[in-house]
Design a protein around this ligand. Structure first.
Ligand code: PFF
Length: 462
């Protein structure tokens, strides 16, 4: 290998090969357990339609602008989350936004890898035929058995991390790009099938009503903060993932277009998951606010008593494992890019070390996911490890990262530089759009974030 190639491989500075690859890889990061697991259960817990409406507003006025900002920072600098800030503002504390992102990546991975382990395990159980004669009662027992363990949830978490680490060692093109481009479209088709099946169940209407009926009396400060946090989590924002991915984008990619397409497609997938899950919940007389087990206790029922039901169930959990895996690739890529570019590790060692750290600490999430688990009773201020990892990352670190990124883009960089990069050196005529973008990222996005934070700690009331 020539010295130059060597250096490229070592620093991980590959790019995706085409616009389509950029789209699917970015969508692969956005679409994951967030759509299929988290979005439905939070919508269920926080009362349906009104939560959904706030969520949409967060995507539009906060998520999209921050996503574009991250793409800009990444592609302009072609660096990892920490190095990118460092390059744009060398002697300053801004690089700590990147450091905060690294911390968020760990916290998310600690619980995400655990839930992904449950999904892999469900896939295995579906293949074994465990769900063939499933009933609303036995589906609950199955779920509790899977998460209590204590050995099996940890074992599956380790398997998950071995897969993620292995793919990351392969690199950006051979690993991330190839997997996302093939399997994302398939997932979409399967969720549509799931949705169609669910809305033809008896009593499905009640579920759709729950999802779409807006009742503002259901909207608490906690619900608004959670919707905001979910928007960040969903679009993989506020922690440098989209900076890192942006750094692999092709130079001629239309960043506005990619951000809009990814946010829209991601939201469609979440809605489809909601349409598959809520009619099932109501049709089988289950509880929409059942919490993190919602996905696992409903989907086996969607396919029960249906021709080829078990086969479809296998396909569903296979594709959900893929969605979870591609999202984790982007999460761990933040760490791998940081370790290899800033700390001098090889890509391979960076992937291995991080997989080990995530398994080691993530075990605490796996052992505290249920009251009956080994660490189920260990709580601090009312939350166990699993919940704290999730709460601190989604509801605090990501929105805070987003706030700093909006301020950084809006007030600390030259508008002309940003204009140049977003218009691909003047090749796209999007002057008006950029002006609107600047108004939003300077005033609207930070104001909304601050209001949501203050509202959540009770300083103001909305
Ligand atoms: N967006 C992913 C999901 O919804 O499952 C989760 C995620 C990936 C969050 C990457 C944050 C991130 F940086």
């Amino acid at each position: 290998m020539s010295t130059l190639q060597n250096r490229t491989a070592k620093s991980g500075r590959e790019t995706f090969t085409s616009g389509l690859a950029v789209f699917f890889a970015t969508l692969g990061s956005a679409v994951g357990l967030g759509n299929i697991w988290k979005f439905p259960y939070l919508t269920g817990q926080f009362g349906g339609g009104a939560f959904l409406l706030v969520y949409f507003l967060c995507i539009l006025f906060v998520g999209l602008p921050v996503m574009l900002g991250e793409f800009y920072i990444g592609r302009k600098t072609r660096k990892n989350a920490v190095g990118a800030f460092q390059q744009l503002k060398p002697v300053s504390g801004w690089k700590h936004i990147g450091t905060m992102g690294v911390a968020a990546a760990y916290l998310i991975m600690f619980f995400y890898s655990c839930v992904a382990g449950w999904v892999y395990y469900y896939l295995y159980k579906a293949v074994k035929g465990d769900f063939i004669a499933i009933t609303p009662e036995s589906v609950k027992t199955q779920f509790t058995d899977v998460i209590i363990g204590p050995v099996s949830p940890i074992l599956w978490q380790v398997i998950v991390m071995a897969v993620v680490g292995g793919i990351l060692i392969l690199g950006v093109r051979k690993g991330i790009e190839r997997i996302t481009k093939t399997l994302m479209p398939l997932l979409f088709v399967l969720i549509v099938i799931c949705g169609i099946r669910a809305i033809t169940l008896p009593g499905a209407y009640e579920g759709l009503k729950f999802l779409f009926h807006v009742d503002f009396s259901q909207l608490s400060a906690a619900a608004i903060l959670t919707a905001m946090g979910l928007a960040f989590f969903k679009l993989s924002l506020g922690m440098g993932t989209m900076i890192t991915y942006g750094s692999y984008f092709t130079a001629d990619n239309n960043l506005f277009g990619t951000a809009a397409k990814v946010a829209l497609s991601d939201t469609i997938v979440s809605m489809l998951a909601g349409i598959a899950i809520f009619p099932t919940v109501f049709s089988f007389g289950m509880e929409p606010g059942a919490g993190p087990g919602l996905l696992f206790m409903t989907i086996p029922l969607v396919f029960s008593k249906m021709p080829f039901g078990n086969l479809l169930l296998i396909a569903f959990f296979f594709l959900t494992s893929i969605a979870a895996t591609t999202a984790m690739l982007s999460l761990v890529e933040v760490l791998v890019a940081y370790f290899s570019e800033e700390l001098g590790f090889s890509r391979r060692n960076a992937a291995i070390i991080n997989a080990v750290i995530i398994c080691g600490v993530g075990m605490l999430a796996a052992l505290s996911a249920d009251q009956a688990s080994l660490l189920g009773n260990v709580t601090f201020l009312g939350r166990g490890f699993f919940d704290w990892f999730d709460y601190i990352s989604s509801n605090i670190l990501l929105p805070m990262g987003g706030l700093f990124i909006a301020i950084f883009i809006g007030y600390f960089l030259k508008k002309d530089d940003i204009k140049k990069e977003l218009s691909n050196q003047g090749n796209l005529t999007i002057d008006k759009l950029i002006d609107v973008y600047f108004v939003i990222i300077r005033y609207v996005t930070p104001a909304l974030l601050v209001i949501v934070f203050l509202n959540s700690i009770g300083i103001i009331k909305v």
